[in-house]
Design a protein around this ligand. Structure first.
Ligand SMILES: C[S@@+](CC[C@H](N)C(=O)[O-])C[C@H]1O[C@@H](n2cnc3c(N)ncnc32)[C@H](O)[C@@H]1O
Length: 286
């Protein structure tokens, strides 16, 4: 569903919607209508996504962010620039978009015309129908695709490819099996599935976890307080991305892979050896 940016501001004010306070570098996200929560919004930009902001700052640019939350550092930095293009923010939880709109209005009310808000789950039809095929110079998805199922992951990358202009770029960051929260036997199982995929190179992609809590080594230490702090629902399904799998998959989907590398989180309990996140920059060929 598309939200009118001006109406979103008015509704946020009427309902006194506010962004929660930052704690330990993250702002927990709001629950979806089904009560599920999808983690926190970070205030630490990833260096590989600097180029996304550069592209978004061109006056003729058209960019899309998936899982934009309350306005990520990338979005806010773009709107603070003197010049910028058009920015479409897609987000599962509509009230986060309403808060995002108030932040832009407070920054510069005239910039609301540079903003399109689309509420709903990417890559589902109700969202895709509001996006432009071949219309985007860049697409950003930071810490979103690891909440999808295998079918949705495959569809998400296909849709991103379809939505990008030729020469346009995808910037994405996802969770991995190596974040430190999984039981060692679950990581071992994941590694075996990955090895098999790298030989057969056909779907299903390895990485889907039916219930993250069941496979988590911190299962017993997930206290209510920790859950609240991390802003997660512990019975979520998840998808974990391996670098070699992603490289093979992205190339099979006709992306030119520029970056497909691990990066650290350093936010307990998500801390192992620097492979906590996978960062991807990939281009749709000209
Ligand atoms: C972990 S937060 C990351 C927020 C922000 N992108 C960042 O990097 O800080 C995940 C965000 O993605 C949203 N989200 C989850 N699944 C989504 C989907 N299928 N489509 C769009 N947004 C989604 C959640 O509501 C939440 O705001």
């Amino acid at each position: 569903m598309k939200l009118c940016a001006q109406k979103a501001v008015e509704e946020a004010r009427e309902r006194h919607l506010q962004m929660p306070e930052e704690k330990n570098g993250r702002i927990v996200t709001l629950a979806n209508t089904d009560g599920k929560k999808y983690g926190g919004m970070t205030n630490k930009p990833v260096k590989e996504f600097k180029e996304f902001v550069e592209i978004a700052s061109r006056p003729d640019a058209n960019v899309l962010e998936i899982g934009a939350a309350y306005g990520t550092p990338y979005l806010m930095e773009t709107f603070k620039k003197e010049s910028m293009g058009h920015y479409t923010a897609c987000e599962l939880v509509g009230d986060q978009l309403r808060i995002l709109a108030t932040r832009i209005e407070e920054l510069d009310p005239s910039k609301l015309s540079n903003l399109t808000l689309v509420e709903g789950p990417f890559p589902h039809k109700e969202v895709i129908d509001h996006l432009q095929e071949g219309g985007y110079d860049a697409v950003l998805a930071s810490s979103v695709f690891h909440f999808l199922t295998e079918e949705e992951v495959v569809e998400a990358f296909k849709q991103v490819h379809r939505l990008l202009k030729p020469g346009g770029k995808l910037f994405a960051k996802m969770g991995t099996p190596y974040s430190g929260i999984m039981k060692p036997e679950a990581v071992q199982k994941a590694v075996e599935e990955i090895k098999k995929y790298l030989v057969r190179k056909t779907r299903p992609l390895p990485g889907f976890i039916e219930n993250v809590r069941d496979r988590s080594r911190i299962k017993d230490s997930i206290t209510d307080e920790l859950t609240k702090e991390l802003g997660i629902t512990t019975d979520l399904h998840g998808f974990q991305f391996d670098k070699d799998v992603m490289k093979v998959f992205l190339e099979s989907e006709n992306f030119l892979v520029e970056t497909c590398d691990y990066s650290p989180i350093n936010l307990p309990p998500f801390k192992l050896d620097g492979r906590e996140h996978l960062v991807v920059v990939a281009q749709k060929p000209n």
